[in-house]
Design a protein around this ligand. Structure first.
Ligand SMILES: [Cu+2]
Length: 280
């Protein structure tokens, strides 16, 4: 009982500091929030019923003078019921979740923007395909201090690619497909505001897509926090500076995004970047 009161009290106290009140910043995230609420509602009802029964039974059948224990070793029918009913409920919940997981990790809508996200100890880097909308090939053997993503410049598709450090720009209302890589250990692209999360695994590119539904500027107004920024938090303990492996996502209007991208084109020389190293 004290535990329940404590949980309720902490919720009252800190709910405003969680990411729930501001809502999801992506269309897909809204559905994920709804799934979470449905799961909590169903399991919550079961939790309350079972806890009440647990305490009531132990109270009613406590040891008393004249009360005789009833020998009840096994009941197949009862066992079948309490196994199949929860199994059916859990299967339905898992199937809904899995179906959605396959959707957001499967083929992205045709009009989506592709951003390559690369993690390494302890920073994020991004690569955008240029006008040809194709990311140039990469090969880890080509990785050097100057070409830290190992881009294969023999592939003409790589020539117009744009390479950005730390801050990722994406337009609002358009699906964004992330192609995720890691160069050393397992990292994880954690996007708490968008309710997304995907491992960055060395040697195995992973993908996930989402549609941002609110710009950074609107979110600053909504939260009343002029400092607000969407962030990429590395969600996989990856080394001594894991805590500082933070990226920023700026969600802007399509016009702003196109303007930003055009500026990058004129100013970015892909192979002159040096690898940002975190000093420990
Ligand atoms: Cu990491």
């Amino acid at each position: 009982m004290f535990g329940l009161i404590g949980a309720w009290y902490c919720n009252e106290l800190y709910y405003g500091k969680t990411l729930f009140p501001q809502g999801s910043a992506s269309v897909e995230g809204e559905k994920i929030d709804l799934m979470l609420l449905i799961t909590i509602a169903i399991t919550g009802v079961v939790f309350v019923i079972t806890q009440v029964l647990l305490f009531w039974f132990s109270f009613k059948y406590q040891e008393k003078d004249g009360q005789k224990a009833f020998y009840f070793p096994h009941n197949t029918k009862l066992e079948l019921i309490w196994t199949t009913v929860p199994a059916i409920f859990l299967t339905v919940l898992v199937v809904f979740g899995l179906k959605y997981w396959f959707k957001i990790t499967g083929d992205a809508p045709k009009d989506s923007i592709v951003v390559e996200v690369t993690g390494h100890q302890f920073a994020w880097e991004f690569r955008y395909p240029g006008a040809d909308k194709v990311l140039g090939k990469k090969n880890y053997k080509l990785t050097t201090a100057k070409n830290n993503l190992g881009v294969d410049f023999a592939d003409p598709a790589s020539h117009d690619d744009i390479h950005i450090n730390t801050t990722m720009h994406i337009p609002v209302g358009v699906p964004v497909k992330m192609v995720i890589h890691s160069q050393d250990v397992i990292h994880d692209v954690g996007l708490p505001h968008f309710r997304m999360k995907m491992d960055a695994v060395p040697g195995i590119p992973t993908t996930q897509w989402f549609t941002p539904n609110i710009t950074t500027a609107d979110m600053k107004k909504k939260t009343g926090n002029p400092e607000f920024n969407f962030e990429i938090a590395c969600d996989q303990l990856c080394g001594s500076s894991h805590y500082a492996m933070r990226g920023v996502i700026i969600v802007e209007t399509m016009e702003e995004y196109k303007k930003w991208l055009a500026e990058q084109k004129s100013s970015t020389i892909l192979c002159s970047r040096t690898r940002p190293r975190f000093k420990i």
